[in-house]
Design a protein around this ligand. Structure first.
Ligand SMILES: N[C@@H](CCC(=O)N[C@@H](CS)C(=O)NCC(=O)O)C(=O)O
Length: 208
C-alpha cells in the first residue's frame, strides 16, 4: 500500500517529502490546507485525515494502516523503517539521531517560526522587530552548539549525512536567509544539506 502523506509543501510536510525523496519512497500526497477549517476533502475536518491527525495539524501519514502525526516523529519512523544509510547502524548513533531531532523540536522549531514570521513572512506592517531580537537571542545557544559540533565533523553524526542532519536542517531552513558569517560551520553545513538533490526536489514543490 502506498504511503499517504497529508499536508502541503508550504507546511511542515516538506520535511517528510524531503525524506521520501532521499529514500526513493513512492508516496501519495493528500492535500490538506492547514488554513481550511472545513470537513471537505482538503479541509482540516476531513475525517480520513483526522483519523491520522487528531489535532488536525499537518503533516500526518497513513503507512498501510500505521497512522502518525508530528513531522519529526514521522521522519524517525520512516528513517528507522527504510534506513538506506540515513539511519545509523549503532544504538549510540540512534541515540544521537533522537538527541538532534528533539533538539530541532525543542530548541529550534517554534523560535525559527517566530523569527521567520517577523523577519520575512508577514507583511512588513505586521512584523515586530522586538520579536526578531528575542528570537535571535533564544537561537544563539543552539546555533553555537551546532556550529561547534559541525566544526569537528562535516555532518552531525560524523562523516555521513544522516536523518539527524535532515531533521535539524529542515527545521531551520529559513536560517538560510540569516547572516551566518559568525557561524561558518553551520552556514557550510546548511548549504550542503540544501544542495542535496532530494532537498532540491522537495523545495521545488514550494517553488523555491
Ligand atoms: N509539531 C507539529 C506541528 C504541526 C503544525 O503546527 N502544523 C501546522 C502547519 S505547518 C498546522 O497544521 N497548523 C494548523 C493548526 O495548527 O491547526 C509537527 O512538527 O508536525
Amino acid at each position: 500500500m502506498t504511503l499517504k502523506i497529508y499536508g502541503t509543501p508550504m507546511s511542515r510536510a516538506i520535511r517528510v517529502y524531503w525524506l521520501a525523496e532521499e529514500l526513493g519512497l513512492p508516496y501519495e500526497s493528500v492535500a490538506i490546507d492547514f488554513k481550511d477549517e472545513s470537513p471537505g476533502p482538503v479541509g482540516k475536518g476531513n475525517p480520513e485525515f483526522r483519523a491520522a491527525s487528531p489535532m488536525g495539524r499537518v503533516p500526518a501519514i497513513d503507512d498501510g494502516g500505521a497512522k502518525l502525526f508530528e513531522s519529526l516523529a514521522i521522519n524517525l519512523y520512516l528513517g528507522r523503517k527504510h534506513g538506506k544509510g540515513l539511519w545509523p547502524s549503532t544504538v549510540a548513533g540512534e541515540g544521537a539521531v533522537y538527541q538532534w531531532t528533539l533538539f530541532a523540536a525543542n530548541e529550534l522549531d517554534g523560535t525559527m517560526v517566530e523569527w521567520a514570521r517577523n523577519a520575512i513572512v508577514l507583511p512588513e506592517a505586521e512584523r515586530d522587530p522586538a520579536k526578531v531580537t528575542a528570537a535571535l537571542e533564544k537561537l544563539a545557544k543552539p546555533f553555537t552548539a551546532l556550529d561547534e559540533a559541525l566544526g569537528k565533523t562535516p555532518w552531525l553524526l560524523g562523516q555521513e549525512f544522516t536523518l539527524a542532519d535532515l531533521n535539524v536542517s529542515a527545521t531551520m531552513f529559513r536560517a538560510r536567509k540569516m547572516d551566518l558569517t559568525k557561524k561558518p560551520n553551520l552556514a557550510r553545513w546548511l548549504a550542503a544539506c540544501f544542495a542535496r538533490p532530494a532537498a532540491k526536489k522537495a523545495w521545488a514543490l514550494r517553488g523555491e
